[in-house]
Ligand binder design. Structure first.
Ligand code: ZN
Length: 242
């Protein structure tokens, strides 16, 4: 049994296609939200995702696209992209987004976009916010996205937290004596200064998560962003990985 864990696709079809090309047929897709927003292909990304076995939770951009929730917190470029997304999203994809929940709990793991309840869209950016997240659930493994930074926090039985980045990918061997928060990074808009897209493979039986980074045709996406008259900054940041 293998899961492919993706997050923050953000309507970047080219990156998502390359990620899916690395999957095997029966890999179950776990999607941590923000399928849409920022990028030029929301419908195409949703259709690709829906075409596979998947378990998906809502991200803040998905919620904003379907009902404007939280849009006042968005920066101007993000807000403009959400308005654009609302204009192009087809009824079927919008209806599908509407069926999704904010969390999914399996005995072995919890999936949320940003952080466990009560604030699903809080940013886990340091050991303090990681500790708060560990305290909010008993899940041994918390799978998150939202920050677009591939990294992990490990909580030892004595309460100490260790931290590691996956700027160039890496592997976590899940020790049953620890609890983990793993952020697989972003498929469609990485922000850890590596413009390569990021996602993970999770093998529960082997107790292993591998975060992998890969190239995709960035220039093609930048051109589409320009043609769609989306904010230019959204194209530029793809090339910088920030
Ligand atoms: Zn996002």
């Amino acid at each position: 049994m293998r899961y492919a864990v993706v997050s923050d696709i953000h309507s970047n079809l080219e990156a998502f296609q390359v990620a899916l090309g690395r999957l095997e047929g029966d890999d179950h897709l776990l999607c941590l939200g923000d399928i849409v927003g920022y990028g030029p292909n929301p419908n195409e990304c949703l259709e690709l995702l829906r075409g596979r076995i998947n378990t998906t939770v809502l991200g803040n951009h998905d919620v904003a696209a379907i009902d404007n929730f939280g849009i006042e917190w968005f920066n101007p470029a993000a807000r403009e992209a959400i308005r654009w997304t609302q204009g192009v999203l087809n009824a079927e994809n919008k209806a599908w987004l509407n069926t999704l929940g904010y969390e999914y709990r399996d005995p072995a793991f919890l999936m949320v976009h940003g952080a466990p309840s009560p604030d699903y869209f809080e940013y886990i950016l340091d050991k303090d916010t990681a500790r708060k997240a560990f305290d909010s659930t008993d899940a041994p493994l918390i799978l998150i996205g939202h920050t677009h930074i591939a990294e992990m926090y490990a909580l030892a039985a004595d309460g100490t937290i260790s931290h590691r980045h996956f700027q160039n990918g890496g592997t976590v061997e899940l020790d049953p004596a620890f609890r983990y928060i793993v952020n697989v990074g972003s498929v469609g808009q990485p922000r850890d200064l590596n413009p390569q897209a990021s996602f993970g493979f999770y093998q529960p039986d082997e107790r292993r998560i591998e975060v992998t980074r890969f190239d995709y045709p960035i220039a093609a996406v930048q051109e589409k962003i320009e043609c769609a008259h989306l904010p230019e900054v959204l194209a530029r940041r793809l090339g910088l990985g920030r």
